[in-house]
Design a protein around this ligand. Structure first.
Ligand code: HPA
Length: 259
């Protein structure tokens, strides 16, 4: 099979809408992953449903290493993901789209790395540009040509979940500089970089975080919020794939420091 340059992690918006895709099971040392592969406008694209096709895997049980390894084995070089998020920033209200620009990590019990020492020695990955700045630029420029409005760049804080945050935690996270909160971007973004892949993520604000509004968080609007945006964002991704920006100068494939 010819290598597939692009992957979308997240929703199912595009292959729902009449595009023919075929299923592939990819075996990795971390487990088997099922993906859908499709050809759109001359580009081969892999779709990976982060929580599984039936949305049955909670954030803390996702096999992030198998997911990322499977994409690498298929030849993927650039990953575009979507993530449902709660907002800590009053400028980013429910329904808004944000482009993730950096992250804070509050996860606790997930395998975070492919680097386990031994014969490969001790390796570290640079995190000065976790969300590939070239892909972000391309998404922003392409969005301007469409009716996609990013409310802005956002610092994402990743919690372990599956519980939601307390009000005190959200106050603290705000002080730390977080704009949005979610449960899945870490270690996904980190593992992508360890494999030298470019990664970008669009956040769908599906609720205001705990204490940002009166009353308990209702997540029943998630489906509506995602449905409202997923066609637009899928279109945006496709347009980026069709008009690729020169990735020269991109450091994502050269982010490893070895000791
Ligand atoms: N907290 C954590 N993760 C989330 C939220 C939230 O409020 N909304 C969507 N994912």
């Amino acid at each position: 099979m010819k290598p597939i340059q692009y992957a979308i992690i997240g929703g199912t918006g595009v292959y729902d809408s009449g595009v023919t895709s075929f299923q592939e099971t990819v075996k990795t040392e971390y487990g088997e992953i099922e993906v859908d592969i499709t050809e759109i406008e001359g580009n081969s694209i892999v779709f990976l449903a982060r929580h599984g096709k039936e949305h049955g895997t909670p954030p803390h049980r996702i096999n992030y290493r198998a997911n990322l390894k499977a994409l690498q084995e298929l030849g993927v070089k650039q990953i575009f993901s979507t993530a449902a998020v709660g907002s800590l920033n009053p400028d980013y209200q429910t329904g808004a789209l944000v482009l993730l620009s950096d992250f804070l990590d509050m996860t606790r019990q997930r395998p975070q790395t492919f680097f386990e020492g031994g014969s490969e020695g001790v390796r570290h990955v640079n995190m000065d540009d976790p969300y590939c700045s070239n892909l972000r630029k391309q998404l922003l420029e392409t969005a301007k040509l469409q009716d996609v409005r990013f409310k802005g760049g956002a610092v994402y804080i990743c919690t372990e979940g599956p519980r939601l945050e307390t009000e005190a935690e959200i106050k603290m996270m705000k002080q730390w500089g977080a704009d949005v909160v979610g449960m899945t971007n870490v270690p996904e973004v980190v593992l992508a970089k360890e494999l030298g892949l470019c990664y970008a993520s669009v956040g769908f604000v599906v609720n205001m975080a705990t204490g940002m509004e009166s009353g308990s968080i209702q997540l029943d609007k998630i489906d509506e919020m995602v449905a409202r945006n997923k066609e637009k964002v899928s279109r945006l991704f496709m347009d980026v794939f069709s008009n690729p920006l020169d990735q020269q100068g991109c450091k994502c494939s050269d982010s490893i420091v070895s000791l």
